[in-house]
Write a protein that binds this ligand. Structure first.
Ligand code: GDP
Length: 427
């Protein structure tokens, strides 16, 4: 059976922790989109890890981890992360990279930075990991699949073509140093040696696992509101973050995905630009940012302060619906224990109408939040695992959100550690 674990919001909902936890009873964990531009924070018996490109199942020796064809593969980051695990005592993970996955080329990272520089004040707030140039090239058919590294003739001629295109832009648009074909070729040969032990036909392996009835987890990166199509375009990522894309990016039939677990956080956080309707500012924001997540709301990849805000019921209901969520996990409720009152956004006021539907970006920019206020629980619930012993105000908060998003919340995360989780017994 295939289950997808995906974000209902802007990312950083705590998917890594949930995937790590659910991995225990799985056979395979597959990353199906995105690249090393976001991180999953995992805290377990080996310590604290920020994984950028590895699937969250790498800590279990019984799991086959897969980098699917839909991923933006940065070979150097990938191998550095594997080495870092080994150095910290984690047994070498079983991991396979799709031969059809495409490579984040060294110039993709340069172009990402050059474009942000060119845009100046209008920049997107990219993590400069090369993701947008990567996906542009993939769909412009000038990208490189991993298997192409192993064909010298092909590699050389394709690199020559790319250098012609890129150098025109470098010279005339960005006014930056040009690419050197020989240098690029040598770099890709080095990367070929690094990735060679991991490359294989993952689609075939996944289909075999499906026919054997194995438990497969699809691990999403970022969340619905960063999806290229359904997110806050253009302040989105350059790949589809919704579970439906899991079928494409992992190479499995869409009908095989039976469960979609949408992870949502008890408050909102986001990085990058774009409208953020429930955003907090000033001291209110600073306090939540400092107390949020594991050690404050700062990006796992960039260390940037995240924007923070109240729980957005409009965005999250939409986020769950577009994911096709069959259940939701509410994370980080422990963070809100200091608040006297907690606001939840239940509708958007667009000026000419009040709506519960998440609008397109051109309307979203004028949305004002309509809040419902609930009492805070004013105590520390970190690490509490029994739902029945939650303070009544927290239960009320969970149940109010559940109604708002229309998806059962079966698990509530009460801290960053693997064991900080309350499973709701609905019997
Ligand atoms: P992901 O990309 O969705 O996996 O999210 P990140 O790992 O980037 O961000 C989530 C942050 O919240 C990390 O620092 C986690 O350690 C932390 N976290 C996850 N679940 C909880 C929770 O229930 N409570 C608290 N306080 N932090 C959590």
């Amino acid at each position: 059976m295939v289950k997808a674990i995906v974000g209902a919001n802007w990312g950083d909902e705590g998917k890594g922790k949930i995937t790590d936890m659910l991995s225990e009873n799985s056979d395979m964990v597959i990353r199906f989109q995105g690249g090393a531009n976001a991180g999953h924070t995992i805290i377990n018996g080996y310590g604290k890890f920020a994984l950028h490109s590895l699937p969250s199942g790498v800590f279990y020796p019984h799991i086959t981890n897969i980098i699917g064809n839909g991923v933006a593969l940065n070979i150097r980051t990938f191998t550095e992360e594997i080495n870092a695990l080994k150095e910290r005592g984690v047994p070498a993970p079983d991991i396979l990279v799709s031969e059809r996955a495409q490579i984040v080329m060294p110039y993709h990272i340069l172009f990402d930075a050059y474009e942000e520089e060119r845009l100046g004040g209008n920049a997107f707030g990219s993590t400069k990991s090369g993701i947008a140039p990567f996906y542009s090239d993939k769909f412009a058919k000038i990208g490189f699949q991993v298997n192409e590294l192993f064909d010298d003739e092909l590699l050389k001629s394709r690199l020559l073509n790319v250098c012609t295109i890129k150098n025109t832009l470098l010279e005339h648009l960005y006014h930056k140093p040009l690419l050197d074909l020989d240098e690029l070729y040598s770099e890709m040969i080095e990367q070929r040696e690094l990735i060679a032990p991991y490359v294989g036909n993952t689609a075939e392996l996944v289909h075999r696992a499906l026919s054997e009835g194995k438990e497969i987890l699809l691990e999403g990166q970022l969340g619905t509101l960063k999806d290229t199509d359904f997110g806050i375009y253009p302040y989105v990522t350059s790949s589809n973050t919704i579970a439906g894309y899991g079928a494409v990016g992992a190479g499995i039939p869409p009908t095989a995905i039976e469960g979609v677990i949408a992870v949502t956080k008890a408050y909102s956080s986001a990085v990058g630009g774009g409208a953020f309707v429930t955003e907090m500012f000033g001291d209110e924001a600073e306090t939540l940012r400092r107390l949020g997540g594991d050690k404050g709301e700062y990006g796992a990849t960039t260390g940037r302060p995240r924007r923070v805000g109240w729980f957005d019921g409009v965005a999250t209901a939409y986020g769950c619906r577009m994911q096709g969520a069959t259940e939701a996990v509410l994370t980080a409720v422990d963070v809100l224990g200091y608040m006297d009152e907690i606001k939840i956004c239940v509708a958007y006021d667009l000026g000419d109408e009040v709506t519960k539907e998440f609008p397109v970006s051109s309307k979203l920019s004028r949305a004002k939040p309509v809040y419902h206020t609930l009492p805070g629980w004013k105590c520390d619930v970190r690490g509490v695992t029994d739902y029945n012993s939650f303070p009544p105000q927290l239960k009320q908060y969970v149940e109010y959100i559940e109604k708002l998003i229309g998806v059962p919340i079966n698990m509530i995360s009460t801290g960053p550690k693997r064991e900080d989780i309350a499973i709701r017994d609905r019997a």
